[in-house]
Design a protein around this ligand. Structure first.
Ligand SMILES: CC(C)(COP(=O)(O)OP(=O)(O)OC[C@H]1O[C@@H](n2cnc3c(N)ncnc32)[C@H](O)[C@@H]1OP(=O)(O)O)[C@@H](O)C(=O)NCCC(=O)NCCS
Length: 112
């Protein structure tokens, strides 16, 4: 199967009991980019982000993406812990990337 090299994000919502409690998106590419994962603050710490990341990785792997990348603010300990628990590797820092001056860590995972 050919991997699509999408230029736009594929957007998803997380629905629980007819309520939207989260969203996430990614670009399905040979080197895929996971853009954002957000879970409603009332529904955190229940494993939803873990499910979302598992779904995203499986989705991309099944469509022949070779790697997935994402970025996390260096002050976002919850996300750092989440992505590292999946085996994402920190491959660099982008200094002062965010509007407030915060830097981001770039992470990647091999999907092959
Ligand atoms: C980061 C975020 C997506 C986690 O969502 P969640 O559904 O609460 O996460 P889960 O319950 O699936 O937790 C999975 C793992 O994430 C990490 N984690 C989640 N919340 C954490 C916290 N408050 N402190 C430290 N680690 C945390 C842990 O490793 C956790 O595994 P564990 O439960 O075995 O310890 C959520 O806090 C969020 O939406 N934050 C605001 C938006 C954001 O920062 N998005 C990420 C940037 S793309």
């Amino acid at each position: 199967m050919q991997t699509e090299n999408e230029t736009h994000y594929r957007n998803f919502v997380v629905e629980l009991n007819n309520r939207i409690v989260g969203f996430f998106n990614f670009k399905q590419r040979c080197h895929a980019y996971i853009g954002m994962i957000g879970i409603d603050s009332n529904y955190r710490k229940r494993g939803l982000a873990r499910l979302v990341l598992e779904f995203s990785i499986n989705y991309l792997r099944e469509r022949n993406s070779r790697t997935a990348y994402l970025e996390v603010r260096t002050d976002n300990n919850a996300s750092i812990s989440l992505v590292e628990s999946f085996g994402f590797r920190n491959i660099g820092t982008r200094e002062n990337l965010m509007a407030d001056g915060c830097s981001t860590y770039v992470y990647s995972i091999n999907l092959k």
